[in-house]
Design a protein around this ligand. Structure first.
Ligand code: 13P
Length: 260
């Protein structure tokens, strides 16, 4: 059975104080929901929070008392050295981060990140024993010209195909159509399912059925308490990477509950 995961990507939001206050509140709400859920036999998803770098260390410390994983939103493609302003995967591991998000479309669009750079970041993350959430997704223009499957295949191939089967066990893929991110226009459940199934097929072609059936594939892009249930009900959607709706503890809890 593959893992269900709901991850919140805060992007460049919240100061240290705002972030820690929200986490303390969120952990309490989550604990309450877990206690309500105890007798239902339903399996809670893995919950991941990706705050800005400056909050990662304290968030990871706070999260230790709770069943929540902490992710960074990025890491360097280099190991260490003269790379001003960068944060390495080893530094993130040292403060007990669990995951790192790589290849987010905002990093691809605003910071020029290519599949090749994303592939290097994944190598650094795995070397440091971090799990990876690797984002892929097509732009509106690519979808309108019918190229979405081709684009996604290429992103998967160039970012992930150099890994081996063992390393693939520490990878989660997030499908985030660029046209759905922060726009309020989510992919329909059918659109998400089509791409998720395609991603699984591409992964099966390279790594075999065992890896492809067990890899978690998350949907991201204007996912909120209202639309989450129908998107998560699709057979190849194993959870979500949530932006805006993860900034508010109550909304994020509602999205988490939508997968139960
Ligand atoms: P929104 O949920 O705000 O559309 O953002 C999605 C996203 O980019 C998560 O990484």
């Amino acid at each position: 059975m593959r893992k269900k995961i709901i991850a919140g990507n805060w992007k460049m939001n919240k100061t240290h104080r705002e972030g820690m206050e929200m986490l303390a509140h969120f952990f309490k709400l989550l604990d309450f929901e877990l206690s309500l859920n105890e007798d239902t036999g339903k399996k809670f998803p893995e919950v991941v929070v990706a705050p800005p770098y400056l909050i990662v260390a304290d968030a990871a410390m706070l999260a230790q008392g709770w069943d929540v994983k902490i992710a960074a939103q990025n890491c360097s493609s280099e190991k260490e050295g003269a790379f001003t302003g960068e944060i390495s995967a080893a530094m993130l591991k040292a403060v007990k981060a669990d995951y790192v998000i790589v290849g987010h479309s905002e990093r691809r669009a605003y910071f020029g990140e290519t599949n090749q750079l994303v592939a290097k970041k994944i190598d650094r993350a795995l070397e440091s024993d971090l799990s990876v959430i690797c984002c892929v997704g097509e732009t509106l223009q690519e979808r309108e010209s019918g190229k979405q499957l081709q684009i996604i295949s290429r992103q998967i191939e160039e970012c992930l195909f150099h890994q081996n089967n063992e390393q693939m066990k520490n990878i989660v893929v997030a499908y985030e159509p660029v046209w759905a991110i922060g726009t309020g226009k989510n992919a329909t459940p059918e659109q998400a399912q089509e791409i998720h199934k395609h991603i699984r097929l591409v992964i099966a072609g390279k790594f075999g059925k065992d890896i492809s059936e067990n890899i978690s594939i998350l949907y991201g892009g204007s996912c909120n308490p209202k639309n989450a249930k129908s998107i998560f009900s699709q057979p190849d959607v194993d959870g979500g990477l949530i932006g805006g709706a993860s900034l508010n503890a109550k909304d994020f809890i509602e999205v988490i509950k939508a997968i139960l």
